[in-house]
Design a protein around this ligand. Structure first.
Ligand code: AMP
Ligand code: MN
Ligand code: MN
Ligand code: MN
Length: 276
């Protein structure tokens, strides 16, 4: 079965609308699908209706920005009630600092010799409340400062980059509680991307489990094949369910298309078994 439980639409930092990405997922052979926009649920109805009309199983989703041990981590919520007021309020609160932060990123880029980036990035954000680093990256590519979005991150906007502005996002236990109270399953997104020490990783997985987190992405577009095996073992060691998703954002920027990744190892418990 082809399953993809992580991708983005124009509601956050993807380039396809929720219905267009549903059609693309279907065209790629995906049978069980979730749209997981950053900190926002407004694409869910259109994604679900389009997916179901095409005959795909739809799992509601969101990717919540969290700060743990001074670093940003992403927690995916799957199978959430998209009308849950507690979750909606929490996401609203999470989004609220983005506009000011975007101005600070713009100022940083100006100091680095790239003026006008805040005004330039805004039109790239379909939803101004959700203005993100990716929108800045697209603008800088448009202006010819870098050849592609990945280069912008590598030079300026990665978590340790010179134009990055750290945020204090939601606390881990708070984000997990929003997901749980909305009836969903909390899943650690792309663990291989976090720059924690081995000790910190252990503490992070323990903290996530202690507050009711149940799943981890093992197969994601962000992981190498070595990381597939490593996080499969983490899932076994901690008793986490396993998830998989491309983290698709754009046909031209994303390395992996929807539904294009290998299946989960057979012995792991797939997170979607309890969701469909
Ligand atoms: P933000 O929510 O504004 O902090 O932006 C986070 C988004 O930027 C992520 O969801 C990715 O789409 C993208 N991103 C973050 N770090 C990187 C990176 N090192 N390389 C490529 N894209 C990145
Ligand atoms: Mn993103
Ligand atoms: Mn992410
Ligand atoms: Mn993502």
């Amino acid at each position: 079965m082809s399953v993809d439980l992580h991708c983005h639409s124009t509601v956050s930092d993807g380039v396809l609308t929720p219905d267009a990405i549903a059609r693309r997922a279907y065209g790629c052979g995906v049978q069980v699908w979730a749209l997981t926009d950053h900190d926002e649920l407004s694409g869910q109805l259109l994604a679900r209706d389009t997916a179901q009309a095409l005959g795909m199983r739809y799992v509601s989703g969101v990717e919540i920005s969290v700060t743990w041990a001074a670093r940003t981590v992403h927690i995916v919520g799957l199978g959430i009630d998209i009308q849950d007021q507690n979750l909606l309020d929490g996401l609203q609160q999470t989004r609220s600092g983005r506009a000011d932060r975007a101005r600070r990123i713009g100022a940083n880029l100006e100091r680095l010799g790239m003026p006008g980036a805040f005004e330039g990035a805004l039109p790239y954000a379909g939803n101004p409340e959700l203005i993100s680093r990716t929108h800045f990256a697209r603008y800088l590519v448009e202006k010819g400062y870098c050849p592609d979005v990945q280069t912008v991150f590598d030079r300026y906007l990665s978590d340790d980059g010179p134009a990055h502005e750290p945020m204090r996002w939601a606390k881990l236990e708070t984000a997990v509680s929003w997901i749980r109270s909305a009836g969903g399953i909390a899943v650690i997104a792309h663990p291989g991307r976090y720059h924690y020490t081995e000790l910190e990783f252990g503490a992070f997985f323990d903290a996530f489990k202690d507050c009711g987190g149940l799943g981890i992405e093992v197969i994601t577009g962000s992981h190498s094949t070595v990381q597939f095996s490593h996080y499969a073992q983490v899932a076994r060691d901690y008793g986490f369910m396993a998830s998989c998703g491309s983290d698709f954002h754009s046909p031209t920027e994303s390395r992996h298309d929807l539904g294009s990744l290998p299946p989960l190892p057979d012995d792991l418990k797939p997170v979607w078994k309890s969701l469909i």
